[in-house]
Design a protein. Structure first.
Length: 79
């Protein structure tokens, strides 16, 4: 599928930051940042690519590896 669920994002994440990082792997068609969950310090988002192979590449490289903030406790998780 060309749509990814991205968890463990910083609370103050901006759409443009997500587009910049994920855009390296292909054309990002849509980014939807979910509302904060009460009591949680992080955010989640859906990222949709135009091509499924772009989503696969992004998941392989970024999941459990990339941090949007150096001070983040953990890397993002992509499903």
């Amino acid at each position: 599928a060309a749509k990814l669920y991205v968890a463990s994002l910083p609370y103050d994440i901006e759409e443009e930051e997500i587009r910049k990082v994920f855009g390296v792997y292909g054309v990002v068609a849509e980014v939807h940042i979910n509302r904060p969950t009460e009591g949680r310090p992080d955010r989640s988002a859906f990222v949709r690519f135009e091509e499924a192979y772009s989503a696969s590449s992004a998941m392989l490289v970024l999941s459990e590896m990339h941090k949007f903030r150096p001070e983040s406790m953990e890397a993002i998780k992509i499903m």
